[in-house]
Every structure is written in C-alpha cells, then in structure tokens.
Ligand binder design. Structure first.
Ligand SMILES: Cc1ncc(COP(=O)(O)O)c(C=O)c1O
Length: 391
C-alpha cells in the first residue's frame, strides 16, 4: 500500500472540496471529485519546514529572500529546461489573482482578450470583471477527445486588434500538454500581431511519461519578451491554501507595470508560510516526491480507463497528457446537462465539475479530479455505474 492510498478525513477543516459541498451541490453528501486540490497529504518535508518556522515566536512581515528565488530558478532549470534570471520572478497571491493583476497592468478597459474554451472558468471572469472584451477561440476536438488549438481562428481574432491571449498550459480541463510545434505556431501568431500572452502554467509539473511541458517563454527571446508566465507549487504539492504563486516576466517594462499594479492593490506582500513551502517543495526532495505522485496518479488514470471500458460504455474518456483532471464525455446518454447533473448528484451521489462551467463546449462533459486515493476513484465510478444501471 502506498501512502497515497490513505483516505484522510478532510471534513471539518473548512476545505472547499468537502465542507463546501453544501453550497455547491444539491446534495451535500456527494463523494467529491471536483475542485482541483488533492486528497493526499501535503508532503511531510513541507509541513516540517512550516513547523520549524513556527518555532520562532514571531511571524512578522517577511520578504522573499534569495533562497526562495533560487529554489524557483533551480526548479525551472531542472524540470523544464528553462534558465530564468531570478530578477524576472515576481509574486502573485494565487494564479487567478495574478491573471487579474496582469490584465489590469497590461491592458486597458475595452481591450479585447482571447481565451480558448473549454477552459478553466475564472478565465472568463477575469476578462469580464475587469471590463475587457472577451473573445473566444474554442479548441477543436477530433470527436475522440483529442483537442487542438484553432490557430487559423486565433490568427483572425488577433487581426481584429486583440491585445492579449490567455492560455492554459497544460490545458485544464482537456489535459493537453501543448507540443513545441503547437506553441511555436501560437507564438508566431502572437509575434505577427503583437499580442501579449499570459501563460497559466500552474499544471506544468503534472505531466505524464511521453509528454513534456515546454514553457512558452522558453522557446525564443521574442516569446519571452511578450509572455507573462504564471506558476505555483500549489497544485503539485497540495498547498493551495497557502496562497502563494509567482509570475515570471522577462520583459522589464511589463514586469514594472505588473509590479506597480500589485503594489497599487496592496497584494504584493505574500505569505510567510508560502515562502517556506516553496523553498521546501522546489528541491531534490520535492522532485523525488513528485515522481511518486505522478506514478500514483497515472495508476488512477489506468484504473479509470479500464473501468470505463468495462463498465461505463456510455461514457467516453481519453487519457490526459497532463493534469490530474479527467474530461469525461457523457454525450451518448442523450440527456440534458441538468438531467446529467441531477443523475450524478442525486442518484450516484458524486460531486464532479459540470463541463458547462468551462464554456458551452463543455456541454455533456464532466471534469473529475483523480488526485485522490484509488479507493475514492473506485467508489465514485461504482456509484456512477450503479446509477446508470437503474436509470
Ligand atoms: C489553470 C488554473 N489556473 C489557476 C488555478 C488556481 O490557481 P490559484 O489557486 O493559484 O489562484 C487553477 C486551479 O484549479 C487552474 O486549474
């Protein structure tokens, strides 16, 4: 038995995934495989680092020191082959907050910003809430669960004078890890039309064998100069509650504008425990732990693949190349989204993310989070199979 098999009771910790069920689902008892954090213990070397810091009795204002910056630099060189200058690193309390700051710092109200649905739902909100115009470049599906970017349509939208493109790389929820060729083609369009790119790379460490995450900004100097990359240790090491992400902005002018915006909203201080956690996470120890994590999650995906093939013939599923989020197509059931969600929440008693939350392209899809013990995945799928049988 692996330590990842341990089912940890998260009830009563004010966690969204469990204690938030009553607000999100029509049934507060659903087995939750929704919000993107993990049901695995945060690695002990991170907890120990935080506990060690607590041995000092004062938790006052703290800055991000050289060790913090060096940890991020090392991780990107080691894991992603991108040699960054530590001066390029800036802070964001969370990546969603960073997206908002970048939009405000680098575009004007009324400017058009492109996103590529189905995509992480806050992308829609960050554009709209800041009074920018949302342009959508939907991903293309080959009908068998494989998605690609519609580069021709992107080119057309860029020609209409869009200022910024926000990408999810790897892509939540469809699990694509964009290839170098795809990113190159995308970057060339941005170069041609002078488009800024916000590359949300929060899932960059969660990539399976046979695929490789390539930071968009690492491809060429021009791409680096027009790209704001967001990253975080939060998904990889299950520390989302520490509110501690970062931006990597090689272009000095863009970086200064981003910093000014961060300061203007007073969001630049950060969280002492987040700083300590990043130092512990982005380390050789963190790398070894991540290897074990990816093996376990890959095993969960094998399990889902086999289960769906044997017991859920109405569901279509394609393995993700990255992320612990699976994108299941329930279209063959021929029911509405409302009926599907009722079936899942009331009959099966499982809590998934409704696909329609990621854009209209998510109609009849559900996103499930398999960063949890295999027994939880099994129980959820058994519940779905039983509900479909009696339907
Ligand atoms: C693509 C993507 N970006 C950002 C976030 C959230 O990041 P944060 O908690 O740092 O705001 C998530 C969480 O699921 C995500 O999937």
């Amino acid at each position: 038995m692996s330590s990842f098999d341990q089912r940890i009771d998260r009830n009563g910790t004010a966690c969204f995934k469990y204690d938030g069920r009553g607000h999100v689902f029509q049934n507060p008892d659903v087995l939750p495989l929704w919000v993107a954090d993990m049901d695995f213990a945060t690695p002990s070397f991170i907890i120990e680092r935080i506990v060690a810091r607590c041995q000092h009795p004062i938790l006052g204002y703290t800055y991000r020191d050289a060790e913090y910056h060096e940890a991020i630099r090392w991780w990107y060189a080691q894991r992603h082959g991108w040699n960054i200058d530590t001066a390029w690193i800036d802070f964001c309390p969370g990546v969603v907050s960073g997206l908002n700051h970048a939009i405000r710092a680098l575009t004007q109200p009324g400017d058009a910003i492109i996103i590529q649905p189905p995509v992480y739902h806050p992308f829609f909100d960050t554009v709209k809430n800041n009074g920018r115009v949302l342009l959508q470049n939907p991903l293309k599906s080959n009908g068998e669960g494989h998605y690609t970017m519609d580069l021709q349509h992107l080119d057309e939208l860029a020609q209409q004078g869009a200022k910024m493109l926000i990408i999810s790389s790897p892509h939540n929820p469809v699990g694509r890890v964009w290839t170098r060729a795809e990113l190159l083609a995308l970057g060339e369009i941005c170069q041609r039309h002078n488009l800024l790119v916000v590359s949300d790379e929060i899932h960059s460490d969660l990539v399976f064998v046979g695929h490789k995450h390539i930071p968009l900004a690492s491809i060429s100097d021009d791409f680096a100069q027009r790209t704001i990359t967001f990253g975080s240790a939060s998904k990889t090491f299950n520390i989302a509650g520490l509110s501690s992400g970062f931006a990597i902005i090689p272009n000095k002018e863009l970086r200064l504008r981003y910093q000014r915006e961060l300061e203007a909203s007073g969001a630049g201080m950060g969280n002492l425990f987040g700083i300590e956690a990043v130092k512990a996470a982005f380390s050789p120890q963190g790398e070894a732990w991540l290897g074990e994590l990816l093996t376990y999650i890959n095993g969960n995906i094998d399990f889902v693949e086999q289960f769906v093939a044997e017991r859920l013939p109405q569901v279509h599923f394609r393995r993700p190349e990255g992320t612990y989020l699976l994108w299941l197509n329930f279209g063959a059931l021929g029911i509405t989204d409302k009926q599907l969600n009722e079936l899942l929440q009331q009959s099966a008693e499982v809590g998934f993310n409704a696909g329609s939350g990621f854009g209209v392209e998510g109609h009849c899809f559900e996103r499930i989070n398999v960063a949890c013990p295999r027994a939880t995945v099994r129980e959820a799928l058994e519940r779905v199979a039983a509900a479909l049988e009696v339907r």
